[in-house]
Design a protein around this ligand. Structure first.
Ligand code: GLU
Length: 322
């Protein structure tokens, strides 16, 4: 890896077909890196084995290729920081956990889901703050437990300050932001927070660009990356796509997929030009080639406000992007 070169990554989870929200983020990751002459990593975040499917992983590669949003390092192309699929990186996560364990930072948590729900998130969609119930358990108490524990990491009374590319300066006091969080689930799976931090650190990622829904996870990831002895990347959280009622477009709510739009005869330049215009990266509503988009789009124009996507998008696109 050459020092000084921007390294960005697009890190989708293959739990459905690539949807419009993924396209938006992938496009911005691609723009950020290509405008700076950096390297783009494609990382497949399939650490949630139950929800991830090989079919979707394969479809992601095809759909991104169809969009022209090509990457330099990834599961098929390889590269110096691989493997690029999380299910092939378990030994790396295990080594990171051992390092944290040796420093006395991890402890088993026996709390049931019901108990965790009872101390639940203050607002829907927010992470809950763990109350430290299992933190002080003695060895004798632990021996009496019969259920398989998850593993949590002790979070210090520290504040993390960072400057987000869109949301600006953020201060997060860790005990009030994430509390002691899970790094390995009771079913043995590595938690997203651990996997993503280890991967961004070890893959030499210098710039993270992703959806604003992950802004709240950033402080704990920065803390973990530094704890592992690496420099944290620069973060840019981008606005989410919503429908005209303000609901987030996502695959869970039958979000619009790339495949669907392609089947409706929409081409990739139209789709990306539309997103660039809606996202204020371009002043004009017209169709550009990807090469033109790379030249013309201005990432500084991104705002924190959600982006409203037109109803019946395929009709809108055929009318206004002929
Ligand atoms: N895998 C996550 C997702 O698809 C993104 C994680 C990240 O960019 O940090 O939502």
């Amino acid at each position: 890896m050459t020092a000084g070169i921007m390294r960005g990554r697009f890190a989708p989870s293959p739990t459905g077909y690539l949807h419009l929200g993924n396209v938006w983020t992938a496009f911005l990751c691609w723009l950020q890196v290509r405008q700076q002459g950096g390297k783009l990593i494609l990382r497949i975040e399939d650490n949630d084995e139950q929800r991830s499917k090989e079919l979707f992983r394969q479809a992601f590669l095809e759909d991104l290729t169809w969009l022209g949003l090509l990457w330099d390092e990834g599961p098929d192309t390889g590269g110096p920081a691989g493997p690029y699929t999380q299910q092939e990186r378990y030994a790396v996560y295990a080594a990171a956990l051992r390092q944290l364990q040796e420093r006395g930072l991890l402890y088993p948590c026996y709390c049931t889901r019901a108990r965790l729900q009872s101390i639940g998130a203050p607002h829907p969609g927010e992470q809950y703050l763990y109350d430290g119930h299992c933190r002080q358990m003695s060895l004798a108490e632990r021996r009496q437990m019969t259920r398989t524990p998850s593993l949590r990491i002790r979070v210090p009374a520290a504040e993390i300050v960072f400057n987000d590319g869109v949301f600006g300066r953020k201060n997060a006091f860790l005990p009030a932001t994430c509390g002691d969080f899970i790094v390995r689930r009771s079913d043995g799976m590595y938690a997203y927070q651990l996997a993503v931090s280890v991967d961004d650190a070890l893959m030499g990622v210098t710039h993270v660009l992703r959806g604003a829904d992950l802004l709240a996870s950033t402080a704990q990831q920065i803390w973990l990356i530094r704890l592992l002895g690496y420099e944290a990347p620069a973060y840019t959280h981008v606005p989410l796509l919503v429908d005209s009622d303000g609901h987030r477009l996502s695959k869970r709510q039958n979000g619009i997929t790339v495949r669907y739009l392609r089947e409706q005869g929409i081409d990739s330049d139209t789709l990306l030009s539309y997103l660039a215009w809606r996202g204020h990266l371009l002043p004009d509503r017209r169709r550009y080639s990807l090469t033109e988009l790379k030249k013309r789009c201005d990432l500084q124009k991104l705002t924190a406000e959600n982006i409203v996507i037109h109803k019946n998008l395929e009709n809108y696109l055929s009318l206004f992007f002929p």
